[in-house]
Design a protein around this ligand. Structure first.
Ligand code: FAD
Length: 402
């Protein structure tokens, strides 16, 4: 059995950031990844300016193989059923369009941690002064012993299930799927990520250019029919935006835990097991999850280093330190912050105010109709309560976190 200081489950961006902190502090760190590296990761790859700064500051300039074509993105364009379109540039210029297979591998290598790929986390036992980790490599059991374990294994986290077996039943699950099309004609600007606030299309509808093809994606409550939902979007793009595409050549999809960051219901772990990245529930507006994965991962690694140095309880340290990232993420969904502050990295209020009053009214009406689509999840009151508590507490209540 291998004995180390820290085991991190998942070799993605949250893991790379956490490992960078623990390795720099001299802790022996092993990352377990179920797939063979470099591995594919379903993602649009649009990195926010804050995520870009994190990568530059921590890992240096990105290598060229870590980028898709077009290599940069100017911002996001929101489209509405009333046919108003709202392009918004990112603050501070364009950001890289990441090829996750190579960007993640590069970040993991830059972290300096030892990586065991094709090794799937299967379970753990927290013994108080150490954690036993059960994994499988090529079907064979492998055991590790670590002082701390970090779950950075994404939305369907098995580490979360190991510490809170009931948690997956407590949140709604979504499916997001995308199909790749050769282009006949596409008037949508390849410089932007396009998003539709359209309740008739789905809970999350997007399109963007990648490596000469057009991606058309749709997200909806799990259980609905991907092929039908996707065909509906393709027809809509043809009729309303003049987008003409060949039948898709590839497709892919996955489950998403969209929701915890809206209602401040994060999962940070128990005792010696810490959860971070999207596994913990971090997801920004428009499903942007890389910047909060990187920042929460780094805080998680720092918390382990700090708690060991000061001989303080691990969870207590992590929960106090992670408050800043919770504010950053949950502010993006806070209606008071959206109305009176600038929680996003592109200026939605300014773009809205640049419209004539008729179009402004149409956009607000369309957004309201879109929000109503989410009514069944009963998030409205929880969002409102958290928004009202935010100015008094200076953050979001920790009592809601697991
Ligand atoms: C369709 C789609 C488009 C997206 N587009 C964007 C975008 O444009 N911009 C953006 O910022 N975000 C986007 N996101 C979100 C973003 O991809 C995630 O929020 C981000 O990757 C989360 O990072 P993470 O490090 O927390 O986990 P992940 O990136 O999910 O990585 C988890 C890792 O853990 C590994 N793993 C899982 N289970 C095990 C196990 N049992 N044992 C060992 N390893 C395991 C996985 O293989 C994976 O490598 C998109 C997501 C989807 C689905």
């Amino acid at each position: 059995m291998r004995t180390v200081d820290v085991i991190i489950v998942g070799a993605s961006l949250a893991a790379a950031a956490a490992a960078k902190r623990t390795v720099d502090a001299g802790l022996e760190t092993v990352i377990l990844e179920r797939k063979e590296l470099p591995r594919h990761k379903i993602c649009s790859g649009i990195l926010s300016p804050r995520g870009h700064r994190f990568l530059l500051e921590n890992f240096g300039p990105l290598p060229s193989e870590a980028l898709h074509e077009p290599t940069a993105c100017r911002g996001v364009t929101f489209h509405f059923p009333s046919m108003v379109s709202l392009p918004m540039d990112f603050f501070g210029g364009t950001t890289p369009h990441l090829h996750r297979k190579y960007s993640d591998y590069w970040a993991i290598q830059q972290s300096g941690a030892e990586v065991h790929d094709q090794t799937s986390f299967a379970g753990l036992e927290d013994k108080g002064d150490h954690v036993l980790v059960h994994a499988r490599k090529h079907g064979e059991p492998v055991e590790y012993r670590a002082r701390q374990v970090i779950g950075a294994d994404g939305p369907s986290s098995l580490v979360v299930r190991a510490v809170y077996p009931d948690y997956p039943k407590q949140i709604p699950w979504f499916f997001v799927g995308q199909k790749f099309h050769d282009i006949i004609e596409c008037p949508l600007s390849p410089d932007y990520f396009h998003f539709w606030f359209h309740p008739g299309l789905g809970h999350y509808t997007w399109s963007h250019a990648r490596d000469g093809r057009q991606i058309v994606g749709v997200g909806f409550k799990r259980g609905d029919n991907f092929a039908k939902k996707h065909a509906n979007v393709v027809n809509y793009l043809g009729e309303k935006h003049g987008v003409r595409l060949h039948p898709h050549t590839d497709d892919e999809g996955c489950a998403e835990n969209f929701g915890p960051s809206l209602i401040n219901r994060y999962v940070f772990g128990r005792d010696n097991v810490l959860i971070t990245g999207q596994a913990a529930g971090f997801l920004n507006m428009i499903g942007e999850g890389m910047s909060c994965a990187l920042h929460s991962g780094a805080i998680c690694g720092e918390a382990i280093v700090e708690a060991r140095l000061r001989n303080r309880p691990m969870q207590d340290m992590y929960r106090r330190m992670i408050g800043s990232e919770v504010r950053r993420t949950s502010d993006q969904w806070n209606p008071l912050k959206i109305a009176f502050d600038r929680p996003h990295e592109a200026d939605f209020p300014a773009a809205l105010m640049a419209l004539g009053w008729r179009d402004r009214a149409k956009v607000l009406r369309d957004m309201w109709r879109f929000v109503v689509l989410y009514k069944e999840f009963k998030w409205g009151r929880q969002i409102a309560r958290a928004a009202l508590q935010r100015p008094f507490l200076g953050g979001y209540p920790m009592q809601r976190w697991l």
